[in-house]
Design a protein around this ligand. Sequence first.
Ligand SMILES: Nc1ncnc2c1ncn2[C@@H]1O[C@H](COP(=O)(O)OP(=O)(O)OP(=O)(O)O)[C@@H](O)[C@H]1O
Ligand SMILES: [Mg+2]
Length: 262
Amino acid sequence: MTTEVTTPTSIEAADHVVRLRSIGVAFGGLRALDGIDLDVAPGERLAVLGPNGAGKTTLFNVIAGDIRPTTGSVVLCGRDCSHLPSHARPALGVARTYQKTRLFSNLTVEDNLYLAQTGRQRRHLALFVSERDRSLRERAREVAHRVWLGPMVDATVDGLSHGQRRQLEIGMALAAEPDIMLLDEPASGLSRGERERLSELIEALDPAITLLLIEHDMDVALRVADRVVVMADGIIIARGNPDEIRSNTLVHEVYLGREGGR
Ligand SMILES: Nc1ncnc2c1ncn2[C@@H]1O[C@H](COP(=O)(O)OP(=O)(O)OP(=O)(O)O)[C@@H](O)[C@H]1O
Ligand SMILES: [Mg+2]
């Protein structure tokens, strides 16, 4: 279970935007993460695979600052963020999507993207402020185009298809102009056609953005990623490029074996 596929990398050790060292997270007696080391280079696209309960979302929570690790350090863009709360992370260029939707369902695409650009503290007032703030509105509309929702910019979230909501969630993260984007299962629950479209959208994102993607769908993950880590039971059990992961028997046993029906 501890065998790793090691991949030669041309990335210098110092050239990273995410550096995790010895990350451990304990929930009572449960070790959700246990000694995770991970470096992610600028502009890299990293897929995080693994069965349910592997610790993937917990890993994102640690990077985004939504939970504080029990042990270890989180360095983002060279800055030690181990003790920085989540509201401080957008300033460092980190944006994320959540496994469960956080869209405002009775507001329009534009309103959601407008609110995504304003801080949490201002959310209650933001719609009134927006009357005076054309540039944020314009930018919201521009982001809608970037996630292929231009024609739907005035539609309420209630009126969007499931796939379009997923596009909007990516837009919500993009609206913060992040350097690092964390996408937690962006294609879950989508039809094959919708997954295909979402993969294309993710592939077309600005290559300067460092992307970490949790995805159960191997086709989506391996298509979008330059590099893959596979987790199980709180540890990283394999690392490699998509071809190496595809042909890794351990990954097949641990991941595909358990995930067969998914
Ligand atoms: N806030 C929490 N309190 C207690 N246990 C938690 C908490 N968050 C996660 N866990 C547990 O930690 C383990 C890892 O959970 P996590 O959500 O990170 O897994 P995951 O790989 O994202 O799984 P999935 O594919 O189902 O989303 C699981 O056993 C989960 O039940
Ligand atoms: Mg998860």
